[in-house]
Design a protein around this ligand. Sequence first.
Ligand code: NAP
Length: 263
Amino acid sequence: MKLNGKIAVVTGASRGIGKAIATRLASEGAIVAINYREDAKAKPAEALVSELNSKGFKAQAFRADVSKPTECHTLLDDVAKTFGRVDILVSNAGIEHFGKLEEITAQDFERVFSVNVAGQLFVTQAASRYLPSGGRIVLTSSVSAQISIFHHTLYAASKAAVSAMVLNLAPELGERGITINAIAPGGTATDMAKENGKLYTHPALQNVSPEALLKSKASLQRLAQPEEIAAAVTFLVSDDASYVTGSTLAVPGFLTSAEKSLR
Ligand SMILES: NC(=O)c1ccc[n+]([C@@H]2O[C@H](COP(=O)([O-])OP(=O)(O)OC[C@H]3O[C@@H](n4cnc5c(N)ncnc54)[C@H](OP(=O)(O)O)[C@@H]3O)[C@@H](O)[C@H]2O)c1
């Protein structure tokens, strides 16, 4: 129980990697605020809360669209009011984008950057008002920030911005004894990967199954399971990571052998 009694907020926690992180933090003894985006999506979040409660873990669902700075602040205010304090923020919510240069619109830019960049910055700002010395923040980047993929410019740029944010917020938050890091997952078996997997390769190969394509790029010849990303996040928010800040921890399994199994 590495996180006994800690209050943790996980954004975008009702499915995918966020769900695995929330589940793991709860199993380590944290009381977890499960963030979901909109009322129509409350059911999966409530189902996760019930599942965790039935195992004897503590969790509660909180609605907030992190692309709206005021809702980031309301989220942290609500969690602090409910549980008395906040110790850990895991900013996981994110959206994908693929598009050719000539097809990217100002609206696409605004949509992707408002969630993946502004959403992570303002939820951090909101949490920093509550985090004590020893507090932990983990944002979500991606291996996509380090690799060339056709038509992935907008998403990759948004994830590269996250690494720059943690690097530059580290001294400011470090003065208060708070660490901030990013996690950079490789291809992970979630809805996001299912929906976009085939776009991760040359357009000529896009009739190959998305799973086969993502696997072909992975040194470990498989996608990550969300629980494997959650394990790395658990390290970063634990006392074991007390001297880790400003870093982007890659959990890639990924891309040293591009298209290997397709050859
Ligand atoms: N899967 C991968 O291969 C992979 C690799 C590298 C990085 N990542 C990153 O890891 C994170 C989680 O990815 P995933 O694969 O678990 O994605 P996912 O299955 O698509 O889940 C994304 C989660 O983010 C939530 N979300 C999106 N916009 C939001 C908003 N404005 N406010 C609050 N919540 C919002 C979604 O809520 P709804 O249910 O309402 O849509 C959902 O719960 C993302 O930041 C992603 O970019 C994923």
